[in-house]
Ligand binder design. Structure first.
Ligand code: SF4
Length: 324
């Protein structure tokens, strides 16, 4: 008997997988990948549990769902019910390929305001392909028995009746299992972050959901220079490197001369003269020179330096209005 366990890498998903493993069932971890959430926490969790991990990128379908999620968004741009339903539906489609008989999720009744109320859990089930094959070990005793329980594949008596937002029982169970290293709840999904959500909404109004533009949202300060022109400016060395990696065809990279400390700017769109001049000023705003001081900025297309242009560092208020 094998089961596929949705593994976000959070404590609930670790405990749910481990609870079923305790019953002698082989568990394979499954995590989903989009520009909004990545596989790193799940990799760590799978390593801790000693199980194989499948990483499934479903960005294209996810973007489609984001255009009009049936159950709407949560406090930010997080369509949690549709997201969970989609994960379960996709996971169901992977059962046969991995010779698994049922699915495991770490959902806890009443833990989250949107997707984990009784209505929310039912809505998630409605969106999934076969609700009967989904086992929620942490709240199973509060829910109708699923097929794995009715058929005796798992012992329902050894499952749990966790509910509510408190973490005490999860922490006790983690202790019992000797699990010490786990992330704090609600981390890891950019869609739950207010600032990120603001940028994403702004992107939807202009470029729409295009993967390379969505990927850019995760790094730097962002500025809308014109409806079809956007600038991202790195806030530190790590972000500068990310921006350099993300610079693709048609993008311009703006950097100060090597003797001046300053950020990388990534300009995306079709800049006219005024648009480019404004982008240079914004990059200059974060360079280590005095206000109104002249400096040279290099402009690259791909790896080729196109030109060097002079600009002047503006006062903060002159460019802040462009920040998203
Ligand atoms: S927090 Fe993010 S990953 Fe989790 S269900 Fe909500 S939208 Fe999906």
């Amino acid at each position: 008997m094998k089961a596929l366990s949705l593994l976000s890498g959070g404590l609930d998903s670790i405990l749910a997988a481990r609870t079923v493993m305790e019953q002698g069932i082989e568990v394979i971890g499954l995590c989903f990948v989009t520009p909004f959430f990545g596989p790193e926490p799940a990799r760590k969790a799978a390593g801790q549990l000693g199980i194989k991990l499948i990483e499934h990128d479903f960005t294209g379908d996810y973007f489609e769902m984001m255009k009009n999620p049936r159950y709407g968004f949560g406090g930010n741009m997080n369509p949690c019910i549709d997201c969970h339903g989609m994960m379960l539906r996709t996971a169901h489609g992977l059962l046969e390929k991995h010779e698994a008989s049922f699915l495991i999720t770490g959902e806890v009744l009443g833990e989250r305001p949107m997707s984990q109320t009784k209505g929310g859990l039912n809505a998630v089930l409605k969106l999934s392909a076969d609700r009967d094959l989904i086992l929620r070990p942490l709240s199973a005793k509060l829910l109708a028995p699923s097929k794995p329980e009715r058929e005796g594949w798992v012992d329902r008596e050894k499952l749990y009746d966790f509910s509510g937002r408190g973490r005490k029982r999860q922490e006790e169970l983690a202790k019992k299992f000797g699990i010490k290293d786990y992330p704090q709840p609600a981390g890891g999904c950019l869609l739950t972050e207010p600032n990120y959500s603001t940028r994403l909404k702004e992107l939807l109004k202009h470029e729409g959901l295009v993967r390379r533009d969505v990927e850019l949202l995760a790094a730097g300060r962002h500025f809308r220079i014109a409806p079809d022109l956007k600038l991202a400016v790195g806030r530190n060395k790590a972000e500068n490197e990310v921006l350099l990696k993300l610079a693709g065809e048609g993008d311009l990279v703006i950097r100060p001369d090597h003797h001046i400390k300053g950020p990388v700017g990534l300009l995306r769109g079709r800049p006219d003269e005024a648009g480019l001049a404004l982008a240079l000023q914004i990059v200059a705003r974060y360079c280590d020179v005095k206000i109104d001081e002249k400096l040279s900025l290099n402009i690259y297309s791909g790896k080729d330096q196109m030109k060097t242009q002079e600009t002047m560092k503006p006062a903060e208020q002159e460019v802040n209005g462009y920040m998203i």
